[in-house]
Design a protein around this ligand. Structure first.
Ligand SMILES: *Cc1c(COP(=O)(O)O)cnc(C)c1O
Length: 379
């Protein structure tokens, strides 16, 4: 089955009791048993819920995986992955990383004796140098946030296999429409479903997908034991959102390309970070492992002044100044004072987050309006 058909049909079926075409919101905590231990596969909604189950099957299908598990947020899904490790284990992670993931690794799990190495992963030798006999997990985010670096998933899979470690890819930015990490050798895919999968800025949710039965058993054991599950209503909203994932992503990609080209040609714009440009340092890798380049773009202003960047992000009228990404509406953000404010200036400049860096999540509005909006704001 092809992607759009799976987005609409995978994991869902007409309700057997009423014929309802939409999966009902099973807003229930428990399920009546006919006799002790005789039930229909559902006993308690932390462990299993039919609405969540439909979504988990749908997500697994979209990523060409066997098993899916949904959590109360993207971070709860990441939390589950790290809980598969033990004290003394080590993790090699992308350094240009979602801020919340960095905070979870550093301030929560380090004190339980798990060691994290943050390295630039576009240079494989740096990854290789950080791997040792204690490495149990390689954590990849690609494209990275906010610098839009592209990490070669197949190369990371080769390193992790040799080390006997798991490879987990945060596929939030690319979505399964543009990139399928399991097909490239990853063991686990993580999503912040909050972003493109939900797509309408109305749900916070996370997901893990794997084809490995032993890893899936661990994920379900931790999901049930720690209890960070997602709600039936939210599962319903995301099932609905995903039915248009392929249509939305098509438009995100088209609009992203048009906005990226507008920015590159603008005399007040300095650098534009978007993997679709042939001049992007990892363009070849992006072309090989992605089916499109997405709607996430970062750029800097000539002169690199924070005041100029602040002026742009408040002058926009169609773009909204907000954190998050991946919704139908276009968002604009200033990483140095928003998502990356907690990182010291020297540190953030090392990874490219300069004072004037602006990040766009290009939505699915008419692109003429988006470009006109940026034109009047940058002027
Ligand atoms: C938002 C985000 C997360 C965290 O997900 P939440 O749903 O906000 O908990 C993780 N990784 C990336 C790349 C994100 O954009």
């Amino acid at each position: 089955m092809k992607f759009g058909t799976k987005a609409i049909h995978a994991g869902v079926q007409a309700d057997p009791t009423t014929g309802a075409i939409m999966t009902p919101i099973y807003q229930t905590s428990t399920y009546v048993q006919e006799a002790v231990g005789v039930h229909k596969g559902y006993e308690y909604s932390r462990t299993q819920n039919p609405t969540r189950h439909a979504l988990e099957k749908n997500l697994a299908a979209l990523e060409n995986g066997k098993h899916g598990a949904c959590f109360g947020s993207g971070l709860a899904a990441i939390d589950c992955v790290i809980k598969m490790l033990s004290p003394g284990d080590e993790v090699v992670s992308t350094n240009d990383l979602y801020g919340g993931t960095f905070r979870l690794f550093k301030t929560i799990f380090e004190k339980y004796g798990i060691k994290f190495h943050f390295v630039g992963m576009t240079d494989y030798s740096d990854v290789q140098a950080a791997v040792n006999e204690n490495t149990k997990l390689i954590w990849v985010e690609t494209p990275t946030n906010p610098m839009m670096n592209i990490i070669d998933i197949e190369a990371m899979a080769a390193i992790s296999k040799k080390a006997g470690a798991m490879l987990c890819v945060d596929n939030t930015f690319a979505t399964p429409y543009l990139q399928n990490p399991l097909d490239l050798g990853a063991d686990i895919i993580m999503h912040s479903v909050t972003k493109y999968l939900g797509g309408h800025s109305d749900v916070v949710m996370g997901a893990l997908i794997t084809s490995n039965d032993a890893i899936a058993d661990e994920i379900y054991r931790i999901q049930n034991s720690s209890g960070a599950v997602t709600a039936p209503m939210d599962s319903f909203l995301v099932l609905r959102g995903i039915k248009t994932l392929h249509l939305r992503l098509q438009r995100h990609c088209e609009n992203g390309e048009a906005v990226a080209h507008f920015l590159v040609d603008h005399p007040k714009v300095d650098k534009v970070y978007w993997p679709g440009f042939e001049s992007h340092p990892n363009h070849d890798v992006a072309k090989r492992q992605m089916r499109g380049f997405g709607g996430m773009i970062s750029f800097t202003m000539v002169g690199n002044s924070m005041e100029d960047a602040h002026a742009v992000v408040v002058k926009v009228k169609v773009f909204a100044l907000a954190e998050s990404l991946g919704g139908v509406e276009s968002l604009i953000g200033h990483p140095a004072t928003m998502t990356h404010a907690s990182i010291p200036k020297q540190e953030r400049e090392k990874i490219g987050v300069s004072d004037s860096l602006i990040r766009l999540s290009v939505g699915v509005e008419d692109v003429e309006d988006l470009i006109e909006d940026l034109r009047q704001a940058i002027k």
